[in-house]
Design a protein around this ligand. Structure first.
Ligand code: ZN
Length: 97
């Protein structure tokens, strides 16, 4: 797997500088049922196509960020900081998300 990834802080870098840290999933509320937390921790969607995921720039600025990546061809659509997700991840702005 070889492609370029854009760190929001450092710019375009080879993916070898980063660590993939898993799918980004909406975190349950503290008062939610145990089953919701179990799903959040253990059940991954493993999407074929575009989805959001965590990356860590270990060989650079050592910061965490989110990326929208197409898993079929490793093209990155956008990368952004965690705090910017409400305006960039549409499903979080939906009432039932
Ligand atoms: Zn960086």
């Amino acid at each position: 797997m070889s492609f370029m990834l854009r760190c929001p802080n450092c710019g375009d870098r080879h993916v070898a500088e980063f660590s993939f840290r898993g799918e980004y999933l909406q975190r349950p509320q503290q008062e939610d049922e145990f089953a919701s937390w179990a799903d959040y921790v253990y059940m991954k969607e493993n999407v074929q196509g575009k989805h959001f995921e965590w990356w860590y720039h270990g060989s650079g600025c050592q910061r965490w960020f989110l990326a929208e990546r197409d898993t079929t061809d490793n093209t990155t659509q956008t990368t952004f900081w965690f705090d910017d997700r409400p305006r960039l991840i549409n499903r979080e702005s939906e009432p039932d998300a």
